[in-house]
Design a protein around this ligand. Structure first.
Ligand SMILES: [Ca+2]
Length: 236
């Protein structure tokens, strides 16, 4: 039993005919615990706010580029800049890549909004980036969705599909790339487009990438899949 010290509470207890503990009989630790406990009214202060805060807290990484810079990103090639709260890659010559996050991340989802602008090739999200020769790539282009593996510098297609209708330019797409154990999942606008198996890379950083394609990104977010699952189960 936890005793709550406070005039209001003691008065309330007295009105119910309950006697508080004799003064001086309670250890100090218990008193501190009691005074920091919520006073009666539980969960009355904005459930939506609390949920939003929890979501932020659970993200391993988040960048909406509202701070006007790309701090935390390591731009390897391409022409990157932050404009109008978006991360813009403006050349469609050659490859572009920028890397962020933590090399120890294992099972997670990387989400980003992406818009293809100039060019005729592909752009997307990198996961489990070990180095420039070893990572997974979630690829999007007008006529193909792919999950690619790069290992020791060599490309291999893990899964592939043809989008219907073709993916247009200058339209925001919600991308989500999940890496969970040896399972890799490619989502566009909330729908699972591809799933493949590969166990070459177990952990690594995240990144954004294109080949002969200019594009924009926004709202990049990384979530640990174990924590996301716990959240879902907690709500049911
Ligand atoms: Ca933004």
């Amino acid at each position: 039993m936890v005793w709550i010290f406070g005039v209001a509470v003691m008065a309330a207890l007295a009105s119910l005919g309950v006697s508080p503990a004799p003064a001086g009989s309670e250890p100090l630790a218990s008193e501190q615990q009691a005074t920091t406990a919520p006073a009666g009214d539980e969960g009355g202060n904005g459930e939506e706010d609390a949920e939003g805060d929890e979501k932020k807290a659970k993200a391993l990484f988040f960048d909406d580029f509202k701070d006007g810079d790309a701090k935390g990103w390591k731009e390897i090639n391409g022409r990157w800049s932050v404009k109008d709260d978006q991360y813009v890659q403006s050349t469609h010559r050659g490859e572009s890549r920028t890397i962020a996050g933590d090399a120890s991340w294992t099972d997670y989802a990387v989400e980003a909004r992406m818009m293809l602008t100039e060019g005729k090739r592909d752009a997307g999200i990198i996961a489990r980036y070990v180095d420039d020769k070893n990572f997974y790539f979630m690829e999007v282009k007008a006529k193909a969705f792919k999950i690619q593996r790069k290992a020791k510098g060599k490309w291999h297609t893990v899964a592939e599909a043809r989008p219907k209708p073709p993916i247009p330019h200058n339209v925001w797409l919600d991308l989500r790339f999940e890496v969970q154990g040896d399972t890799l999942r490619h989502y566009v606008n909330g729908k699972l487009k591809l799933e493949g198996k590969d166990k070459t890379h177990a952990k690594g950083k995240i990144g954004l990438r294109s080949f002969q394609q200019a594009m924009k990104y926004d709202h990049v977010r990384v979530t640990a899949l174990a924590e996301e699952q716990e959240q879902k189960e907690g709500k049911e």
